[in-house]
Design a protein around this ligand. Structure first.
Ligand code: SF4
Length: 380
């Protein structure tokens, strides 16, 4: 793995050096992950679109009363997950705004009527119902979490996630992407990542590029993730997500990162994080570039849904699996389905609540990936 200084030099290097950088990153990926590229068949569950933050790039959040503002009821979530299960999905990805109860009395009242004081407690109830009624395996991304919430959610999630996004405190300043987002203080996000490590929760995190950070600040964020993973060994995947402009967001006129910028960052992420880490870039955010993304060292396409939109980027449809498979195989890789918990974590009992182990074991083969008999996506 490379030093911080070398990573900064590589991410700032002139354009002609890109091909050599990609070659190095591709070799590093092959050394650790081989030629298998994975994805997860999921249902996207936007549990609540209310959020106390206002990130400059967010098209997901709503205030109460706005069109699209809503909190799903357990029966709505279960209906969605059952429909997804029929199509072969295995993962229920819960995405939601951060602590809406801290800002909106209407949401506090909704929670109170359901016997909860916090959205995280409500999330736990819904994850439990999802497991019981649909069989999908929850993976929750609910924003910042304290130790108690993480421990409670761990019992009903096979993995969890929180995008670190950035470690740049500059972005909290006036006019910047996180000026109105108290939950995007980097130290608070790092704390949640650390607590997840202490509790042995397989954890997904990553960086968001193109929101005002410098290339060096991207490297700083990758190093912060690497440091935590070296201490706790719990980071199951790292996402490099590129900002996409949308009409209704404050950053609607901000430039999107160019493809070369994304490729360079992915490749540097591979070299910083090492050969074994699972590295992902969402394919729906960079259509028609799959060979280039593979060349930059990724080994996972993330969650792809047969049923639901990407509610974070609703204008970007998921690629069809046959298209993703053709593009992956054309570059000499095998496409395989994984669960929301990666094989290397599913095999280690300390990373999974004992009540969840039989469900994971029933779906996976000796290699920890989804058994061929359960790979329903081949019919999509
Ligand atoms: S990105 Fe997340 S935290 Fe920020 S406003 Fe959107 S939902 Fe809230």
């Amino acid at each position: 793995m490379i030093s911080h200084a070398e990573a900064c030099a590589l991410i700032e290097a002139p354009a002609p050096a890109l091909d050599e950088l990609l070659r190095r990153a591709g070799e590093e990926r092959d050394r650790g992950r081989g030629r298998t590229t994975t994805f997860s068949a999921k249902v996207f569950v936007p549990l609540t679109t209310l959020c106390r933050d206002d990130c400059g790039y967010c098209t997901f959040r709503r205030d109460p009363g706005e069109p699209g503002a809503r909190t799903l009821l357990p029966e709505e979530v279960i209906a969605l997950c059952q429909a997804g299960a029929k199509l072969g999905a295995k993962e229920a990805l819960f995405s939601l705004g951060d602590r809406p109860e801290a800002r909106f009395p209407e949401h506090r009242e909704f929670l109170r009527r359901r016997g909860h004081r916090t959205t995280l407690a409500y999330l736990r109830e819904v994850c439990e119902a999802t497991l019981r009624e649909s069989g999908l395996l929850p993976h929750a991304n609910p924003g910042l979490m304290g130790e108690r919430d993480l421990a409670r959610l761990r019992e009903v999630n096979v993995s969890m996630g929180l995008m670190l996004e950035t470690v740049s405190e500059r972005l909290l300043g006036p006019g910047m992407a996180h000026a109105n987002a108290p939950d995007k203080v980097p130290a608070r996000r790092l704390k949640t990542l650390e607590l997840a490590g202490k509790l042995s929760i397989p954890f997904t995190t990553g960086i968001l590029i193109g929101i005002g950070e410098t290339p060096r600040e991207r490297v700083d964020a990758l190093y912060a993730i690497r440091d935590l993973h070296e201490r706790y060994g719990h980071v199951q995947e790292v996402i490099v997500q590129n900002f996409r402009a949308k009409p209704r967001i404050p950053m609607r006129d901000a430039p999107e990162p160019a493809l070369d910028d994304l490729l360079r960052t992915l490749a540097v992420a591979r070299l910083v994080l090492g050969p074994d880490v699972n590295l992902q870039a969402p394919p729906n955010l960079s259509p028609r570039t799959f060979p280039r993304l593979l060349a930059a060292g990724l080994n996972d396409w993330g969650g792809v849904s047969p049923l639901t939109l990407d509610h974070i980027n609703p204008e970007k449809p998921w690629p069809l699996l046959p298209e993703l498979r053709r593009a992956t195989e054309a570059e000499g890789f095998v496409l395989r389905e994984r669960l929301a918990i990666y094989p290397e974590f599913a095999r280690r009992p300390e990373f999974l609540d004992e009540t969840l182990r039989p469900r994971v074991a029933a779906l996976t083969g000796a290699d920890g990936l989804v058994k061929e008999s359960h790979e329903h996506w081949r019919r999509w």
